[in-house]
Structures are given as structure tokens and as C-alpha cells.
Design a protein around this ligand. Sequence first.
Ligand code: TEU
Length: 542
Amino acid sequence: MEQKWWQNAVVYQVYPRSFQDSDGDGIGDLRGILRRLDYLQELGITAIWLSPVYKSPNDDNGYDISDYRDIMTEFGTMADMDELITEAKARDIRIIMDLVVNHTSDEHPWFVEARKGKDNPYREYYVWRDPVNGDVPNSLRSTFSGPAWEYDEASGQYYLHLFSKRQPDLNWENEAVRREVWDLMNYWLEKGVGGFRMDVIDLVGKIPDKEITGNGPKLHDYLQEMNRETFGKYDVLTVGETWGATPEIAKLYSDPKRGELSMVFQFEHILLDQQEGKDKWDLKPLPIGELKQVLAKWQTALGNEGWNSLFWNNHDLPRIVSRWGDDGIYHRESAKLFAILLHLMKGTPYIYQGEEIGMTNSPIRDISEVQDIEARNMYRERLEQGYSQEELIGAINAKGRDNARTPMQWDGSENAGFTAGTPWLPVNPNFKKINAEASLADPDSIFHCYRKLIRLRKENPLVVWGDFELIEEVPEQVFLYLRHYEGETWAVAANLGQAAAAVQVPRLGKSRELLIANYADREFADFEELSLRPYEAFAVKL
Ligand code: TEU
């Protein structure tokens, strides 16, 4: 496989609304990100995935775009954006834009025009259908609850929206629509961005009449056309958000021979703590054994015909240390455990803002405290279905997206140094203890653990190219794997439990060198007789 810069990159995701406010309006912005570039350079990351910064009425916090070539007023100006691209480049950091083209905002001029009537030249930019028996065309549902069809009185037709009513789906079967997308992508590529994260890209090949949404028949033709018409001419990173991807499907996207994307975000591990065939709100404890099998499968299944992304967190997911770790007694240990476990795997790691300092979920008591459209719609719909407020608030505290969106905790000052104004979403009350300033000042902190892992990846080809081998003969709560490269072998061990665990894998022998550990007194590992403390994790050379 031809080596690409993004194969040994580490990407940092910024959710601009919650990263750093520079003008006191309580909302993060581009000049705030500019102010924190040195912090990100100190961490050692290679690229920033920037969640949407385009013009938007914010029905879904920017994932509803009304102008792809302009910046959201609250976030700043195009001049700020150009300066961010330049200043980041000066620090060897590339800017990855969020490409949201499965749908637009209902305030986008295309939809404003389309809504004017059936004969409007933009009508076929979207998906319109006649009522069936006076009702919705079919049973497609929105991810944000309710039917995926909204009735338009004026034309007597329904339009499709797989997300909110204010996010009408684009009709990708229409070549004019695809042309528009190529043009806006080339607009940003000519500005010097480092690539694209592609929002729900597995949905753009949908066949609504057959109730096919993900992995539609023409999807990969569209992505190969996209590659030819836009980023194929550039050395950039492209990562698709594909909730429905299996390893075989991931190869279709990321096999270099196919001329599509660099990699995808697959979510098989993320779906493990929800009940089979149900929604994320239908909770179940994490089956650690399955987690190991799923991640090991992805580590070995792509071979040379694809490339993995590695992540625990993003702006849609609860904080991993609260979700599968322990954000109380073993906060520091479990936060570091998830870093060590993930960052020494094969693939491109993604760090979500605040993960590098161990930010946690931020529980709420009442639905009035919830800002996110997905959770609010779910609450309303399930309350009508007879669920209790308690269980719904419990589900939102476990899986709600606002958990990821509380303001970045920079220091112990008012509002954690995020804003001089009133934050759009309350700061997590634990900011006095958990903040970047304290983490930077403490050499044994979670921040410095991430910094060291990023350096290990940059300095050791084994981390980038080494083969992965799962060690099965260990207790279920213990995740033990090897990385092999040119005669060298590293072992990565992690106890995902609150109880100590005993490990005997004599064939691995005694370690030669300790590389990293989350318990400061760990010096070596003898796999003849190894005892792992609660949430203990380390990596050694064998
Ligand atoms: O997410 C797709 C998606 O399905 C998630 O929205 C959804 O929240 C899921 O339940 C995850 O837990 C993408 C973006 O990442 C998300 O922020 C947008 O809301 C969505 O698409 C629509 O653009």
C-alpha cells in the first residue's frame, strides 16, 4: 500500500460551538480556535476535523447548511476561516472540513426555490412524493423520531428528511445536484483544506421508494465520480461516516485500487451497549468479550484493501470515560486506558475535544436542560408511548449528544475559560478538577499520556504498519493484543474492569522495555504471572 500522510496522522475533532469563544457571546468561534492552535500543536496532532462552520439556522447545530460558501455568523467570517487554514498550516496542522451533503437546511436557496412549485428548476434537487391514501408515501422513519416525510401544503406533496424536518434530503440521482456538490468541494480544496469528513455519506445512494437508505446501489459510483471530479487531484484525507459499514463494505470505500475514500468511520463497537435491533436509548451493559472480538476483527479484516479509523468519541457520542470507564475513583486510570488501548491499534486515531483531558458526561435532571434536537424529539415521542420521565432522562444521561457538547474546560476560572459571557450550554461542574491548564501542568496527566502516544506513533513504524494479534487466553475483562513489525513485537494490555485481574500467558515471557503505563509504578510485565489492577493498562516491548 502506497504510504499516505494520513496513515500516521492523528486527527483532533473540534466542535466549534463548544471549543473556545473569543467575543463573549457564549458561543465558540473561529478566532477562539485560532487562539488555541498552539495548545493543539503542543498535543502533537496532525489535522483538525472541524465540525460544520457554514451558514446555518442551527436546527441541528450546523448540520443543516444554508450556504456552503459562507461562515455561520456566530462563528466569524471567511477571513477568519482563511486565517485558520493558514495559521494551522504554519504549525503542520491540516484542516478537515465537514461535508454535509446528504441534506441541506430548509433555508438553503435550493430548497426555498424547490418549495415554490413542481415546475421550479430546483424541485428535483430534493425528493418529493405524492401522498399514498392521503398519508405518508411509505414507512421511512427519521433518525430524529417520527416519519421521514413532511407534507408541503402548497404543492400537496411530501418531501423526504431522514433527519429533522428542516434538513430535507438532496436527490443525488439528479446529476445537477452532484455537480453542485463537486463545485463546493473544489471551492474548499482550492482554499487549501486538508480533506473532508463526510456526513452520513452512506445514505446518498438511497432509493426512497424501495425504503433503501444506506448502501444504495449507486453509492459507490457516486463516490468514484466524486473522487475523479474533486479530491482525487489532491493529497488529502477523506473519511466517510458510515453507520452501516461492515469490513467488506469498508473495503469498497477505502481500497486504494477503487478510487473512493481514505477510510470510514464504522460504528460496530459503538452499538454494543444497546439492545439488539433497538435504538441507542435501549441500554444494555457493554459485553467486553464482544468489544474485543469486534475491534480485533476490524484490525485484521481490511488487510491491504482498506484502512481503519480509530475512535471512542465524537460530537454525537457520550464521553467514553463515563460510558465504559469510571469517571469517579478511577477517572485518570480509565481515561488513560482507553487512550492506550486505541492509539496503539492499526489505523488513524481521532481525538474528540476534551477527551485528551478526560472530560466526562454532564448529567441533567429535566428535559428543559436538553438542547439537542435528537434527544428532545425522542423524549417527546416516547413520553407519548408511555415511557416514564425518569427512564427517559436516564437514557439521555447515558447516550445523549449534549454530553459531548458541553464547553471545553480550559482552566478553573469562571465558565472554565470557555467564554466571558453565558455559555450556550452549561459548563460541566467538574471543570475545577478537569481542565487543560491543570492537565498541562501535571506531567502524569491524561493530556501527557495522549501526547506520549502521539509521539510513539510518529517515532515507531510498528504502530502504523504492524500486524495485529489478539491474545484470547485471558479473562473476559482483559484486552491483550500484540503488534508485530519487522521482527519486533509490542504487547498492549488493558484491564477494563474495576476488579483486579490475573493473566498467565507464559509464551509471551517477560517484557524487554516498558513503553507507556497508566500506573506510575509499573516497570515491566512478566506474562508468566501478571496481575492487573483496576483499569490498569500498559504497552511493552517483548
Ligand atoms: O450523524 C448521523 C447520526 O445518525 C447521528 O446523528 C445520530 O445522532 C446517531 O444517533 C448517533 O448517535 C451525523 C452527524 O454526525 C450528526 O451530528 C448529525 O446530526 C446527523 O448526521 C445529521 O446531519
